[in-house]
Design a protein around this ligand. Structure first.
Ligand code: FEO
Length: 390
């Protein structure tokens, strides 16, 4: 497909990857993704903003077929899904220079083999005038790596944000057509990519919001023609106060832990606490990540295997720790056969989570009356703590 006009002399291109289902060999992307590239033509110079994943270089090559001269390639982020086709572009346009942040330059040479003499470092706030199209570069570290930056196109009031505000969503829509669908994909993206860095993200948001914005054009997913939609969503996600919600990843071997999980879910629901329950035998970890954005409490449900938690729970707990969500409370429930060290093992896995550990409920074999009462008491404690959230 040819590039499409976003504004006068501002074209949107790149590739839609309808089939991709996993990112970084880790992150599920059930709705595919896109690698957006943008072409800006000034009266004197032309710039390409981002490229595409190397696997789709041919798509970008076709879109650039009629572009005879390219002065700049702006690399907002060196990860291969945006910069992987830069070597191809530089080869096709020997006159082109890569514009990138100071931290990006060594990464472009080391990750992609770009020759250092083809890269020009742009500073935070630096302006490049293409001739009636003026680019301002804004350093926005950690959206998603330390070198990331955005470009603000002054005349058209467009923010080109790369991963920032992105959504893994394969769509033929140039701009957001269904905010509900994009909200879900953008929240998944935020949870998996941005959440660990949310303090910096908040500062970056203040920086970009200081500019009048008509469009936000990320490099994954459709363009936001109502920027307030995604800005308000991010304000909510990066906010400090978690919600009256519990995330409950669990797994069960012979049904005892599952029975306890069901008891606790009922008890919490009766106390008007929202629960997100994930059976780690089959769950999409992206949904677990999304639920972690808002939750105040995590309860981990596991049987004891090899004296410790089930390996699937190791994974879920490590992931929750790595994503560093704004959880305030944690607990562990589960069943064991003859002995257990799950509490010691799991406690050691969550150094990033600044949580108060609530009473745990471990039972030997099938849960009985005492365990049922302990789970009711745990639900009482969680509901009480949540009423005090601020
Ligand atoms: Fe879309 Fe961090 O790459």
């Amino acid at each position: 497909m040819k590039m499409r006009t976003l504004r006068n002399d501002v074209l949107a291109g790149g590739a839609v990857d309808w089939d991709r289902r996993l990112f970084d060999s880790l992150i599920p992307i059930p709705d595919g993704t896109s690698y957006n590239a943008y072409l800006i033509r000034g009266s004197r110079q032309t710039a390409l903003l981002d490229t595409v994943d190397p696997s789709m270089t041919d798509v970008l090559a076709a879109q650039l077929a009629e572009v005879k001269r390219l002065d700049f390639v702006v690399s907002h982020h060196t990860e291969q899904d945006h910069s992987g086709a830069i070597p191809f572009v530089l080869n096709r346009y020997p006159e082109a220079t890569v514009l990138a942040s100071a931290k990006a330059k060594p990464m472009l040479t080391e990750h992609l083999g770009v020759s250092a003499d083809r890269i020009r470092i742009v500073q935070d706030g630096e302006i490049v005038d293409l001739g009636g199209k003026t680019l301002e570069f804004l350093y926005t570290p950690w959206v998603h790596w330390p070198e990331t930056m955005c470009t603000y196109l002054m005349e058209d009031r467009i923010l080109f944000s790369c991963d920032f505000f992105g959504a893994h969503l394969a769509t033929s829509d140039l701009t957001v057509a269904d905010e509900g669908k994009v909200y879900e994909a953008a929240k998944r993206y935020y949870a998996e990519i941005m959440m660990p860095f949310r303090t910096v993200i908040k500062k970056n948001m203040e920086k970009v919001k200081a500019h009048p914005l008509d469009l936000i054009a990320p490099s994954h997913g459709p363009v936001y023609d109502r920027p307030a939609f995604i800005l308000e969503a991010y304000e909510d996600w990066v906010g400090k106060v978690p919600k009256n919600e519990v995330v409950l990843p669990y797994i069960s071997m012979h049904g005892s832990t599952e029975k306890m999980v069901k008891m606790l879910v009922s008890a919490l629901t009766e106390r008007n606490v929202k629960v997100h329950c994930f059976n780690m035998a089959s769950t999409d970890i992206g949904k677990l990540a999304i639920a972690l954005v808002d939750a105040a409490t995590i309860v981990i449900g596991t049987p004891t295997v090899f004296m410790g938690p089930h390996p699937a729970i190791f994974f879920a707990t490590h992931l929750a720790n790595a994503l560093s969500p704004k959880l305030r409370y944690a607990s562990i429930i589960g069943s064991y056969g003859w002995n257990s060290k799950v509490i010691e093992h799991l406690s050691a896995l969550i150094p990033n989570l600044k949580v108060e550990v609530l009473p745990t409920v471990l039972c030997r074999g099938l849960p009985g009356e005492n365990d049922s009462r302990a789970l009711e008491a745990l639900a009482d404690t969680i509901a009480a703590r949540h009423r005090e959230l601020k």
